[in-house]
Design a binder for this molecule. Structure first.
Ligand code: GDP
Ligand code: IMO
Ligand code: MG
Length: 461
């Protein structure tokens, strides 16, 4: 059909507000929360599009630390909309706890809006997550290496994923299964809610019992629990797709906050050692209903070294004193689970792949201050796989395990970076480290983090 100049084609977004995305380029915990908080003043809404309470985003303002799990990191600024999009899986208990925790600290949370189509993490999802992980751990002891060896994977065997046990995988699985899934809007429709939970319990009872649960889930109790959750969140549950379109149509600016990170992406990460959602900028359109063409700026957050929580390959892992030193200096303990994070040198092969996937337009390099005090630093700039050196990432957790990093060694720096506020104040070796990141990935560095606080940031001209 032909459209006239005044027809629908005319409104394809020319005057719509600018959208920016912030996504993690490694295995999570790159400092996305800090970057979002830092740039949020220029936006009218901050929007989560993926993941759930597996995320832990720390924001430090004048020494005060906030750990956010489902709340978008823009919540600390009054008057902004904080939107949880349809692609997120929402544990209502976590949301309510975050609301009351923030309110107690004087933070206004009235700008929170949750998509009526976001899926609800039910208590049985968390139970299933726990039981599956426990079963996989037992299987790894009994089957072990016997299950390995057929994908060039170098014998990974059976392993648990090392999930956060927040019910993420089981909830996304139910979303794909459909009949047994509960969405936020269902919490406000008692008859639908009762029917859906009854179906879910009938389907899940035998499976949970098979995994070791003592009893079937209690449909009546769960329905009552869900109804209470809905009652408390009623005012926040809305259609966020139209809300975001309307905001953009009014010229308002929207910031998308990625959770988890690229190498944990369910399609593009180190599968199966990944989370269950689309963690890159590619997840924004489906996770919010905002078209791809609306996103003009994509900031990739990269930690100056690597960390990973849970199982799966981390080729540059440091299992020695250097790793312990970086872990201590960077306070590398999970925001969500408190688990010590695995630590390694920066893997630029992985970062370059992540830049490519999301179409990153600039980089925020965080935790550069942590690398101070080493004579030299190593950076993976290639992988040796089957005797051949490549600069291409291998997006398969089993196959990747068989590769080895090829390092470039660069001079370290010893000055304390935490008070630097401009590039000129960084030692030349630190600037060269940033140059190497830029030249290898092809993306420019726009921000550099030199400490956890909002203020401890260098904005590159
Ligand atoms: P996220 O999940 O990507 O938001 O990252 P987390 O908040 O889980 O983990 C990043 C950690 O590093 C948090 O404790 C932050 O406060 C801290 N952090 C962020 N940027 C910097 C930085 O530039 N330097 C230092 N030393 N810490 C930082
Ligand atoms: P933020 O947003 C670090 C990891 C878990 C596990 C795997 C699957 O704070 O960067 P899941 O519970 O999602 O099924 O766990 O993914 N993981 C994260 N690691 N930061 C995160 O989020 C993560 N979200 C999930 O540790 O290995
Ligand atoms: Mg985190």
């Amino acid at each position: 059909m032909q459209h006239t100049a005044a027809g629908p084609n005319k409104t394809s977004g020319m005057n719509h507000g600018r959208c920016t995305a912030v996504v993690g380029l490694q295995w999570g915990d790159e400092g996305k929360g800090k970057v979002v908080d830092l740039i949020a003043p220029a936006y009218d809404a901050v929007v989560r599009f993926n993941g759930g309470a597996n995320a832990g985003h720390s924001v430090v303002v004048k020494g005060e630390r906030y750990a956010l799990h489902l709340m978008p990191s823009g919540i600390l600024y009054p008057g902004k909309l904080a939107v949880i999009g349809n692609g997120v899986v929402v544990d209502p208990e976590v949301v309510l706890k975050e609301i009351s925790g923030l309110n107690t600290r004087g933070v206004d949370t009235s700008g929170l809006v949750i998509s009526d189509r976001a899926h609800v993490v039910m208590p049985y999802h968390k139970q299933e997550d726990e039981l599956r992980e426990a079963t996989l751990t037992v299987m790894s002891a009994t089957i072990g290496e016997a299950g390995a060896g057929d994908g060039g994977g170098g014998g990974a065997g059976v392993k648990s994923i090392g999930t956060t046990k927040r019910g993420i995988g089981p909830c996304y699985a139910d979303k794909a299964q459909r009949a047994s899934a509960v969405r936020m809007g269902d919490l406000l429709r008692p008859a639908v809610l009762r029917r859906k939970i009854e179906i879910a319990c009938a389907l899940k009872g035998p499976m949970l019992r098979g995994l070791g649960a003592q009893a079937n889930p209690d449909a009546a109790g769960l329905t009552e629990w869900a109804r209470r959750m809905g009652e408390q969140l009623r005012d926040a549950i809305k259609d966020t797709t139209y809300l975001l379109h309307d905001l953009r149509a009014q010229g308002k600016r929207v910031l998308f906050e990625g959770a988890n990170a690229t190498l944990l992406d369910v399609d593009h990460g180190t599968y199966p050692y990944v989370t269950s959602s689309s963690t890159t900028a590619l997840g924004i359109p489906s996770g919010t209903g905002t078209p791809c063409s609306a996103i003009s700026e994509i900031i990739g957050v990269v930690k100056a070294y690597s960390t990973r929580v849970g199982n799966g390959p981390l080729l540059t892992e440091l299992l020695d004193e250097t790793g312990d030193r970086i872990r201590d200096r960077g306070r590398e303990y999970g925001t969500t689970t408190g688990r010590p994070r695995r630590v390694g040198w920066l893997d630029l092969v992985a970062v370059k792949y992540s830049v490519m996937l999301s179409g990153v337009t600039s980089l925020a390099v965080t935790l550069l201050d942590v690398l101070s005090g080493f004579d030299e630093l190593k950076v993976a700039t290639g992988y040796r796989f089957n005797g051949v050196v490549t600069d291409r990432f291998i997006p398969d957790g089993e196959v990747l395990s068989a590769a080895e990093p090829v390092y470039t060694t660069v001079p370290g720096f010893s000055a304390d970076l935490t008070t630097a506020r401009s590039m000129d104040e960084l030692p030349v070796e630190a600037r060269r480290y940033l140059d190497l990141i830029e030249s290898f990935t092809g993306a420019e560095v726009g921000l550099v983090g030199v400490g956890p606080d909002r203020e401890q940031t260098i904005r590159c001209a």
